[in-house]
Structure formats: C-alpha cells, structure tokens
Design a protein around this ligand. Structure first.
Ligand SMILES: *Cc1c(COP(=O)(O)O)cnc(C)c1O
Length: 354
C-alpha cells in the first residue's frame, strides 16, 4: 500500500504557516545577538540560560543518531513521549470525526490524549496471552481510523508484542502504527527502528524516562519517516525542549561512563526481575507472575486489595491494577534496588503469614 501523508493529515495542518522563531531564522553564533529580545548579561545561575535554546536540538539529535543509528532528520524530540503522542493526534486526527485503535490493557495516555483532542478510541482488548487480536483489529478499522497504538513491551502487562503481528499491521494498515518502546531496553526483542526504512507509516516512541533514569528532565523520542517528523516539528511549540534538558541529556548520552552505567543498571534490573519473579512464583498465595520484558512485574495475588493496603501501611507504594480488565487481582511492581526488592518480598510474605 503506497503511503501518502496527505491522505492522513488534517486540512488545517496541511495549510499551516508555522511560527518562525528568531532562533530558527538565524542559526549559529553572531558577535552581537540582538534578534530575540533576550537579556544580554546572563542569568543569576552559574550556567548561562539567558538565550533561547536550539529549537531543533541538533547537537542532541546527532548524539542520538550515534547511539540509535537513526538519522537526525528521522528524529523528533518531545517534552516527554507524551508530547509526541499529543502532537500525533493534533496533526493527523480530525476532532469529532477520526478515530484511533488502542489495545487495552495498555498505557493510559493514548486514551487521555485522544479524549483531549476529541478523537474516538476504539478498544480491541489484547488476547488472554496479552498478544494482539489481529481479527479484532482488522474488523475495527474504518475509513476514519488514523492510528493504531501498540505498546511493546506493554505497560502494565510487561510482555513484548510479537513482531510479526506488528509487521503485518504495518503492511496492511494505511494509517500510522505507533509502537511505544518505553521499555525496550529491558526486552530481548530489538527496537523496531530497523523497520523505519521499510514502513513509512511506522512511528517508534522511546524515552529517557525509564532505563536512562531521567524521568525528571522530560525527554521523549519519536522516530519516523522525514515527512512525519517535519510535520511534528512544524506544530510543536518552538522551544519545546528547554536548554537545561538539552544539556543534561547530552551529558548523559555523552559520558563514556554514562552508557556503561545505564547498561549495568539494565542488567541488574533484569537479574533482579528474575529473582523477584521466582520468589513470588514460589508463594502459595501468588496466582500468577506475568513473564516480563520490562522493569516491572504484573503479579496476580490472592486478597489483592488487602495486600495493597498492607503494603501502603509499610510505606511500600505499588500500582493497583486489579480493576483493569484482564489484570484482575494484580499489582504492578517496579523493580527497585536489591535491598528494596528484598523488603517488598518480606512484606508480602509477612502479610500472608498473619
Ligand atoms: C513511562 C512510559 C512512557 C514515558 O513517557 P514520558 O512522557 O516519556 O515520560 C511512555 N510510554 C509508556 C508505555 C510508559 O509506560
């Protein structure tokens, strides 16, 4: 199926004349910079933050290219992945008219973002094994379906989605297939970025919020074909990634120690995940530990509500997912440091012994 971005874009976006900021009209270093109404002296902070940041974050993107192997023109950076999700809705979905498909149980932001943008969400629940219901998805697609959101590894279930199913959808669905890889660093499966050349309708989302340990600086990544990236860049707020975030992200990605450290954390987390899963599995009151490819475990417990309250009283805050369809009786537990994990296991054992 030939990809044509013009059949997907909203009319108002096609005819948009983007805002042109001072920093996008002049790039580089002049001697006297008086084009952007900034304070020429500096700021009270040690670092200078008096200048507007690079609207297209080229330094940071070239570093990301070096790590991910995706060219800068195929990268969009957002104020968290959440900004990329919202911008996709705003670019491609006509309020009150278009729809998207989501595959619950999954990440809540797709639905919230859809609702904010007045876009209908068609829900095609995952199968019992948390894989895609391919027939259900096919049956739900209509001429107004613009996007399908696939989270892999999925939050809150933790499993990876079968790549062949994703590729089948990419091949046959004429709209955008958004694959959210927030947890890809913990998975055996490799990123779908390898398929960007083959599938112009693919958008891959990643983030520095999880494995990279930088949830506080808000940096989300979207990889896609150049046309889609260009549209996102045109409709984003001009300076969506602030200077401090650009500097800190660059520092984290640059450090020789940085990547080594992150890889070590990922290894430790995966190892701890295995230990936690095995210990939980061995408890009589644990109904099921869902095999995880992420940095958390979804676990079905007996007396789940009481356990949740008990853990809270011990100061242990887990996510209660027991009211989510297909996640009955479950808590989602993020893998912490070894001593934290030990305390969680002990607390669960204590709860059931009393
Ligand atoms: C945590 C998470 C994100 C990250 O969102 P940011 O806005 O980048 O912090 C994205 N998708 C999923 C499924 C997540 O669980």
């Amino acid at each position: 199926m030939a990809f044509d971005i013009n059949t997907l874009l909203r009319e108002n976006i096609k005819s948009l004349v983007p805002y042109s900021s001072a920093r996008s009209e002049f790039q580089g270093q002049g001697n006297i910079m008086v084009d952007a109404n900034e304070n020429a002296y500096g700021s009270p902070l040690a670092q200078a933050y008096n200048r507007y940041p690079d609207p297209l974050q080229w330094d940071l993107k070239s570093k990301i290219t070096a790590i991910k192997g995706v060219p800068p023109s195929n990268i969009f950076l957002g104020n968290g992945s959440d900004e990329a999700i919202d911008l996709l809705f705003r670019a491609f979905c006509e309020p009150g008219e278009d729809n998207v498909i989501i595959l619950p149980p999954t990440y809540g932001m797709y639905q919230v973002s859809a609702q904010i943008n007045d876009i209908a969400c068609k829900e095609v629940p995952l199968l019992r094994n948390f894989q895609l219901d391919m027939e259900g998805i096919e049956a739900s697609i209509d001429e107004h379906t613009k996007m399908i959101f696939i989270c892999s590894p999925n939050n809150p279930t933790g499993n990876s989605i079968d790549v062949r199913s994703i590729e089948t959808i990419l091949m046959h669905f004429p709209g955008l297939v958004v694959v959210d890889e927030a947890y890809i660093n913990y998975a055996r499966q490799k990123s779908l970025t390898y398929a960007l050349k083959e599938f112009p309708n693919l958008v891959v989302l990643q983030t520095l919020s999880k494995a990279w340990g930088l949830a506080g600086i808000r940096l989300g990544l979207a990889f896609s074909n150049e046309e889609i990236i260009q549209v996102l860049n045109q409709i984003k707020p001009p300076y969506n990634i602030n200077q401090a975030t650009q500097e800190l992200a660059l520092e984290a990605l640059n450090g020789k120690n940085g990547i080594t450290q992150v890889n070590q954390w990922i290894k430790d987390c995966v190892q701890q995940r295995g230990i936690m899963a095995a210990e939980l599995q061995s408890m009589d009151q644990v109904i099921e530990v869902i095999p995880s490819e992420a940095n958390f475990l979804l676990v079905r417990f007996e007396k789940v509500k009481e356990l949740f309250q008990y853990l809270l009283k011990q100061g242990i805050v887990v996510r209660d997912r027991s009211s989510v369809p297909l996640c009955e009786n479950s808590l989602r537990i993020t893998i912490g440091k070894p001593e934290e994990n030990r305390q969680i296991l002990d607390a669960i054992k204590n709860f059931y012994q009393n």
